[in-house]
Design a protein around this ligand. Sequence first.
Ligand SMILES: [Zn+2]
Ligand SMILES: [Zn+2]
Length: 142
Amino acid sequence: MEDSKKKPIMIAVIIVCLGVAGAVTFLRSGGSEGGIDSLSDDKMTWVNCNNPQCKAEYEMSEKQYFKGIEERMNPAAMLSTPALVCEKCDEPSVYKAFKCGNPSCSAVFFANSVPNDFADRCPECKRSETEEIRKARKAGGP
Ligand SMILES: [Zn+2]
Ligand SMILES: [Zn+2]
């Protein structure tokens, strides 16, 4: 088969797979037993591609992220979070990331970019959302 003909077929296969996944999700969400299915579809999380040739940063729903993790979780390596397949480069190199809350920075970075510090410490401007929240709590009394 010529390469030019392969691509539309690939896309068709992907669309069919997505359709099936959507149907399964729909069926599963019928029984509300909590877990990943109880997560809101609206809650977004940032992910960052670790492939040096790609470095994509994009938002996906947290639910979709955890589903991906669940599917890719290797029982032999429970301690390490598996990477998701990047929607840009198709490599399994996407990890959950934080977006800096500093409006003049807005860097997207991996958790624990600054060792021995808050996981969401920005390596660019050193802002940590967790720290900001704690500071605000301290300032705002009990
Ligand atoms: Zn990528
Ligand atoms: Zn920053």
